[in-house]
Design a protein around this ligand. Structure first.
Ligand SMILES: [Zn+2]
Length: 112
């Protein structure tokens, strides 16, 4: 048995089970009696009681330094706040470069 791991805010963990989106990796957003984690791929947030969380984790992928926790959290929040606009602009540019016009995508579900 592996020794118990101390998890902290900003840590990235690999789960035993694959999320429906295909990702195994989750970022820890909150620790305590309940853990709040976010899927790194689809952004889905889940709250788990600590024992369930610890049983679900396969490995600690990336450990955040304690003094980095707050900064990471703020940065993540900022990134999420800006993501929609920036991603949209980038997608639009990529579409132009690929020669795809908006009319081609008319009526198409953007979500993958
Ligand atoms: Zn996911």
């Amino acid at each position: 048995m592996a020794p118990p791991v101390r998890y902290s805010l900003g840590d990235v963990v690999r789960m035993k089970k694959q999320h429906p989106c295909g990702s195994f990796e989750w970022e820890i957003l909150r620790v305590g009696m309940d853990f709040r984690i976010r899927c790194l791929k689809c952004g889905r947030m889940v709250m788990l009681p600590r024992p369930k969380f610890e049983k679900s984790v396969k490995a600690l992928v990336k450990s955040a330094l304690p003094d980095e926790n707050h900064r990471l959290f703020v940065e993540t929040e900022k990134r999420m706040a800006n993501a929609t606009t920036e991603d949209f602009i980038r997608d639009e540019k990529a579409m132009q470069e690929l020669g795809v016009s908006e009319t081609d995508l008319d009526g198409t579900d953007v979500e993958s």
